[in-house]
Design a protein. Sequence first.
Length: 122
Amino acid sequence: MDVQVEELPQEQKTQSPQATARTDNVAHYALADRFGIVNANKEEDGKLAEIWAFAQGQAKSENIPDIVWEVVHLEGVLGSPRLGESRLDRLYRYCKLKRQESAIQNELKGVAGVQINGRVRL
């Protein structure tokens, strides 16, 4: 009687992933459906992120429903977009301009003797 030795393959070690997927910068995709975006390209992704950041600052909240409500409210305040302009573009342009305005006001605060309204104190 011959004894047969069967070699079993060694168990392969599963490697743990070196990097994890980032999920902290995807909350703005909650707005994508609102604007009819199925697969956001790079430009739309940037616009959604800018709108999200602005609405989050206005809502002073981390809750997604609060931030989405702020976007809905802002759309109502701004009204309908111009002919040929999308709702996303109109809202993005407003948020971008408000961010730039805030940066300019902060810069003006740093200039000695100048108030926010631009009047010089003597």
